[in-house]
Ligand binder design. Structure first.
Ligand code: MG
Ligand code: ZN
Length: 372
């Protein structure tokens, strides 16, 4: 009897071990059933809170009278953020999963793990005669926006990424990083002048404050909010919400459908700095951009809004003793963590974003809705 029970236990253990090893080699994306919707959006606003895990969202909410615009989003899913060779992704591989639908190596931008370039969702939209744009609070050549318009295996090769931006096709760009365009170390090419020749209207923080301007009714528009990285929100940077609203208006006025990527870039930097206040002020700044996107989508009724993060940063935790408006927090790392990441969706096709799926599915589902 005892031997029999032991045998059954062993058999069950083997069976379980087999199933587990199967799970490990078989990508779970094959098991995900995709619900399809007949209603397709005309526009998409894709918002990425870099490093915005569930705790970052929670902290922003509890420090904001228990309220965030994200609560207006009816559909919620979860994505698995890992990159092809690391359970902990970086922003390059994370954004590339969204932009080309392929897991790649950390540090890679718009290319797969062999360095092969793939057309990004933004480039696909441009090819399909949609208007395209990006608004960020980092430099516009930083990993997240770069993954949508550049193809490089070195995320820090900012001048090469800027050249890809010049050669690419995007109607509107707002973010920092002017120096990678007009004071290039390697080739001394003035890409600002060349972009103007190409039909861009270019302005920057040095000529005018973005807060005081109206985007002119032009063909293509680029505004540099800083020479390098823009300031943190806590030090006075406050263009994200206005830039998001103006970008939506600018792209929508083209009247051909649009793809807009908006990034709250510095939530991640607060995580790396292990500074809770930095994270919270950046989440609340991003929250205002989300409001602009949702206010437009509600009125428009033809716009899909998808909001997610590439990964969590800091292993951020809200500790016992915390209260609304007074959080005690700790961090487990200065780097990113491997936690799965929430996805929020609103608008036509939003129901496609429920469930648990690979980060690459966000590309697949957006592409299916917009371009199939
Ligand atoms: Mg980023
Ligand atoms: Zn990071």
């Amino acid at each position: 009897m005892k031997i029999k029970a032991g045998f059954i236990f062993l058999l069950m253990f083997c069976l379980q071990a087999c199933t587990m090893s199967k799970m490990a080699v078989k990508p779970s994306v094959e098991h995900t059933k995709q619900t399809t919707s007949s209603k397709k959006p005309r526009n998409i606003i894709f918002l990425i809170g870099d490093g915005m895990g569930l705790t970052q969202i929670t902290a922003g909410m509890y420090m904001n009278h228990n309220r965030l615009e994200l609560e207006r989003m009816p559909v919620i899913g979860i994505h698995k953020s890992y990159s092809i060779d690391d359970l902990i992704t970086d922003s390059a591989a994370g954004a590339t999963a969204f932009s080309i639908g392929r897991k790649t190596k950390n540090g890679y931008i718009g290319v797969d793990s062999f360095g092969k370039r793939y057309t990004t969702i933004l480039e696909d939209c441009a090819k399909n005669n949609m208007a395209t744009g990006m608004v960020v609070t980092s430099t516009i050549v930083h990993a997240t926006p770069a993954a949508f318009l550049a193809h490089q295996s070195g995320r820090e090769d900012y001048e090469a990424i800027a050249m890809d931006f010049y050669n690419g096709n995007c109607d509107l760009l707002i973010g920092g990083g002017k120096k990678y365009f007009d004071r290039r170390v390697k080739d001394s090419i003035n890409l600002v002048e060349k972009l103007i020749e190409k039909g861009f209207t270019v302005s920057d923080y040095f000529q005018e404050d973005f807060e005081n301007i109206q985007i002119p009714n032009v063909n293509k528009y680029l505004f540099f909010t800083a020479d390098g990285d823009p300031l943190p929100a806590s030090q006075g940077r406050n263009y994200l919400a206005k830039a998001s609203k103006d970008a939506i208006q600018f792209l929508n006025s083209k009247n051909k459908g649009f793809f807009l990527m908006i990034e709250g870039s510095q939530i991640d930097w607060g995580g790396h700095a292990n500074e809770s206040d930095y994270i919270i002020s950046e989440v609340l700044d991003f929250n205002k951009a989300i409001k602009e996107a949702l206010d437009f989508a509600e009125k428009d009724q033809n716009t899909l809004v998808v909001i997610t993060a590439d990964h969590e940063t800091g292993g951020y935790v809200i500790n016992p003793g915390s209260k609304f408006g007074a959080l005690t927090t700790t961090f487990s790392t200065k780097k990113h963590s491997a936690a799965m990441i929430p996805v929020f969706a609103y608008g036509p096709g939003a129901e496609n974003f429920s469930g648990i799926y690979e980060n690459t599915e966000i590309y697949n589902r957006i592409k299916k809705l917009l371009l199939d």
